[in-house]
Design a binder for this molecule. Structure first.
Ligand code: CDP
Length: 246
């Protein structure tokens, strides 16, 4: 028997979790949570829990994999076995390989890759608890972890999904909306609104697609504020540290 809800949006315009159609789930981030990583970020977004770690830039071995004119970015999205209701089989899957590829590509336009020829930057995104939107959650955490590692970037990348339920577009899908909705469009963008990732599952009209981009831009703008605030909190605290006189 399907658990599909009869209605996703009630007569007051509120969703099953009480949000308005254009509202994102509560998000909080903590930076520098792993002492061995060059940069790290722990993110909670609704019931999603994701840990991102960045290592590098460091020399890439074997040397034959090095790029002569730029750094190589490697991105590994992984769901912990215990992150979902049914256990996830450990190791890469078609889904995680695809998500890792598109997420890496979401960062390539912003990282100043030419600065570190021959080097590699490794990004690990570990999903500890999954509740819809984990690829976008992982990108949001990875973006802050890259900044925490001091990787030179044109700016941050923020990500969010727009979907369609009950014939209406909704921002930041929750689990039932993701499972049973009519469309799921995860996107990532820069602070200038340049889209660095867009995927689509399901059907929307051209007009709805344009609206989805606008909704996503607003969601990403709010997420970027949280990302910047997280970074500001850490780095302003560092500014406050008194440097002893020589
Ligand atoms: O997580 P995201 O929305 O980026 O990707 P998805 O493939 O659309 O998956 C939606 C949700 O389904 C995930 O966030 C998980 O909560 C769940 N899922 C699962 O339970 N088992 C899987 N093997 C994959 C996803």
């Amino acid at each position: 028997m399907s658990d599909k809800p009869e209605k996703f949006i009630d007569e007051n315009g509120l969703r099953l979790d009480g949000r308005r159609v254009d509202e994102i789930r509560p998000m909080k981030m903590e930076i520098g949570v792993l002492s061995r990583a060059d940069g790290s970020c722990y993110l909670e977004w609704g019931k999603n829990k994701v840990l991102a770690a960045v290592y590098g830039p460091r020399e890439l071995h074997p040397r034959r994999m090095q790029k002569a004119d730029s750094v190589l970015i490697r991105y590994r999205y992984n769901m912990a076995a215990f992150s979902v209701e049914d256990r996830i089989r450990p190791g890469p899957s078609r889904r995680s390989t695809e998500i890792s590829k598109v997420s890496r590509e979401a960062f390539e336009p912003v990282v100043l890759t030419h600065l570190y020829p021959g080097a590699v930057i490794d990004v690990f995104a570990e999903v500890l608890q999954a509740d819809a939107g984990t690829r976008t959650a992982a990108i949001n955490a990875a973006s802050v972890a890259l900044a925490d590692a001091g990787i030179p970037m044109k700016g941050l990348v923020s990500a969010c999904a727009v979907g369609k339920v009950d014939g209406q577009l909704v921002l930041d899908l929750n689990k039932p909306e993701d499972n049973y909705g009519d469309a799921d469009i995860p996107m990532a963008m820069t602070s200038d609104g340049e889209i660095t990732l867009v995927q689509m599952d399901g059907d929307v009209t051209q007009e709805e697609f344009k609206q989805a981009i606008e909704m996503c831009k607003e969601g990403c703008r709010q997420i970027m504020e949280i990302q910047k605030e997280t970074l500001r909190n850490k780095f302003t605290k560092l500014d406050d540290v008194e440097v002893p006189d020589e």
